[in-house]
Design a protein. Structure first.
Length: 660
């Protein structure tokens, strides 16, 4: 019997597990790093134990620290969530060795399916359809070159122990293979502790369809239908839905049966997901099996009405599955999006920093799983996924519309996020019609993500909000001014002059107040703005007689403004000043984000051309190549391997070559 459960994770999944445990009357224990001392999952648990510094290797991946925490607080069981140690066979085995219940499959199944090479060999033996590839134990570059030639390009390089898109590279021609192997192996070693790789034939624009399986320790194995996870970016899932618009009842039965056989073939127990690639002709191929709860499990819960975490805990206690295959019912449609702290306008670079405001949406059929709060901090040490927003309805189109509306009500001020991009993706015709494949983002956004500049009306609203913030700050320090005198002057309205910048655009702005009416000039274009309602961080304006509802945050020279489609960050500079931030120019190479330098490939005196690789920076579990912005000669290298750098730190200087 489980009375006390330690959650060996953080963020939204830790909060999710704690929520079910509370409903089951199970006491919960959170673990946290020094960076997460005030995190929501720490506050929500009955007890919390510090397990180390911020880096994951010293905290959330430290098996000894987690087991010591479990022992110190008298936990009966450990739930690993997903990521971190969830698919670590050594951890599962260590839990059992010290008398703890591991809420997940046995260590043998984790080890088998956690290695893509061995898993594929086992699935081939079990007659589960697999993608042609190379899973050999010879890991030399020569072996991979030979195998790729036999398979035929394009091929996919994958980390054998990997997942979540890490340690994965698409190789379209032989000349790219060597570098892809090197980068994938380095990323895999850093993320998973193993540099073993496999090759697979790259199936062009398939669908990614996975089957949720569940098994108990009494020989019962069922599936709970499929999820379509085709909308991906760099092999990271972005939008998931259940059921798949490409799967009919007959195909569902065949894929479900194959997934059940895969689980039976390894004596599986607990929740697991068998992932397949589905081509346009209805043929499907085994991709991998995730021996844990999936990030996208809420869509399955919403169409089946089941609590998968509660089922995991029941199975871990030796109970039989509460339902049979005949009892499984899937009603309606559910779609989930992942809210990431990343900047779509900067090639989705991860974003970090303080969260000035977080407002989760509400509404019929809406579910939000998050692990953040206003006043928190998005750390560079962890995955950039912050929340999952899910919509359910009787049919797919209504679910999609509900999700778009929910995202429009979602507010994240502080770090950049992909909120606006998600809205745009959900409204693209290929997604609306249910025809999205794994190539959806690459083809629909082929020329990149265009981040529109604010309209003059939006800039005018931001200017009024900053004006109000300045006015309130002055009032707070005046002490003797009556509120009735706000915005009043014996000489009539006095224009306030400021500069507002959003993205790469700056505007000269004048604001003249007359009660709750404002005359705003943006770059010479005059707009009449009326303040109809102000309630906390929400406001209603009239812009030239048209209504506009916004959510905002003002302070410290910044105005965040959210409409139903866009979030803007305006920076305020003194009138007549230049840009509020120094802009790097010429050959100055700045770190694009906080992270650790894992490789430097140039030295002082080296000649480079624009686009040449200079260094590799690891942040939020991914490796990012830093390239030369201009052609020239490397003048100074300010970094060393393993250095921690901050966003916009000067790391390399290039002496620009003069044109002849």
């Amino acid at each position: 019997m489980i009375n006390s459960l330690l959650v060996a994770n953080r963020g939204e999944i830790a909060c999710r597990i704690i929520r079910t445990c509370c409903q089951l009357g199970i006491r919960t224990v959170a673990v946290y790093s020094q960076a997460d001392a005030q995190a929501p999952h720490v506050m929500q648990a009955d007890e919390a134990v510090l397990i180390g510094p911020a880096p994951v290797a010293d905290s959330y991946l430290n098996i000894d620290s987690i087991l010591q925490a479990a022992n110190s607080c008298g936990a009966d069981a450990i739930h690993p969530g997903y990521g971190f140690l969830s698919e670590n066979a050594e951890f599962a085995s260590a839990c059992v060795d010290v008398g703890l219940v591991f809420v997940g499959p046995g260590a043998e199944a984790i080890a088998l399916m956690g290695n893509k090479a061995e898993a594929k060999r086992r699935m081939i033996a079990a007659s589960v359809p697999c993608v042609p590839g190379y899973e050999g134990r010879d890991q030399s570059e020569k072996a991979f070159v030979s195998a790729a030639d036999k398979i035929g390009y394009p091929v996919m390089v994958k980390a054998a122990a990997g997942g979540g898109g890490r340690g994965m590279r698409l190789v379209e021609e032989p000349a790219q293979l060597g570098e892809a192997l090197s980068l994938a192996r380095s990323e895999a070693e850093n993320a998973f502790g193993s540099g073993e790789l496999i090759l697979e034939k790259a199936i062009v624009e398939p669908r990614h369809v996975e089957i949720q399986v569940f098994a108990d320790n009494h020989g019962n194995v069922i599936h709970l239908g499929e999820r379509d996870c085709s909308v991906q970016r760099r092999h990271q899932k972005v939008i998931e839905e259940a059921p798949s618009p490409a799967v009919d009842a007959a195909l569902r039965q065949r894929m479900g049966a194959a997934a059940v056989e895969a689980a039976k073939a390894i004596g599986y127990s607990g929740a697991g997901t068998v992932e397949f690639l589905l081509d346009g002709e209805g043929s499907f191929y085994f991709l991998e099996m995730n021996t844990r709860l999936q990030v996208e499990h809420p869509v399955t819960e919403m169409v089946t009405g089941l609590d998968l975490v509660a089922m995991q805990i029941a199975v871990a206690q030796g109970k039989r599955l509460p339902i049979s295959q005949q009892d499984v019912r899937c009603d309606g449609h559910a779609i989930e999006v992942r809210l990431y702290a990343e900047d779509p306008g900067q090639d989705f670079l991860p974003s970090t920093g303080a969260i000035e405001s977080w407002i989760a949406p509400r509404g019929e059929g809406i579910r939000v799983d998050s692990g953040i709060e206003t006043g928190g901090v998005v750390s560079p040490h962890y995955d950039p996924m912050l929340a999952k927003i899910v919509a359910w309805a009787d049919n797919r189109e209504l679910a999609r519309r509900r999700l778009v509306a929910a995202l429009g009500d979602t507010v994240l001020f502080g770090p950049a996020s992909n909120r606006d991009f998600l809205i745009e993706a959900l409204e693209r015709e290929r997604f609306v019609s249910g025809e999205a494949t794994t190539g959806f983002i690459a083809t629909e956004f082929e020329i990149g993500i265009e981040v529109p500049s604010p309209k003059p009306q939006e800039t005018a609203i931001a200017a009024v909000l900053h004006f109000l913030w300045q006015r309130d700050q002055s009032m707070a320090h005046s002490g003797m001014v009556s509120p009735e005198l706000l915005n009043w002057s014996s000489r009539g309205p006095i224009p306030c002059h400021m500069r507002l910048g959003a993205g790469g655009d700056d505007s000269e702005v004048f604001v003249a107040a007359d009660g709750n009416e404002y005359r705003v000039s943006v770059g010479g274009t005059e707009t009449n703005v009326g303040l109809s309602q102000l309630d906390g961080n929400r406001a209603r304006f009239r812009i030239d007689d048209h209504g506009c509802d916004v959510t905002f945050w003002s302070g410290n020279g910044i105005v965040f403004l959210a409409t139903s489609k866009r979030i803007f960050e305006f920076r305020v500079a003194d009138a007549g000043s230049g840009d509020s931030e120094a802009v790097a120019s010429g050959g100055a190479v700045l770190a694009p984000m906080h992270g650790r330098i894992t490789e430097i490939v140039v030295s002082g005196g080296d000649e480079v051309t624009a686009g040449d690789r200079l260094a590799v920076l690891e942040a939020m579990k991914m490796q990012h190549q830093i390239t030369a912005p201009v052609a020239g000669k490397v003048a100074v290298v300010h970094i060393a391997t393993d250095d921690q750098v901050g966003a916009d730190d000067l790391i390399i200087e290039i002496e620009v070559m003069e044109e002849t």
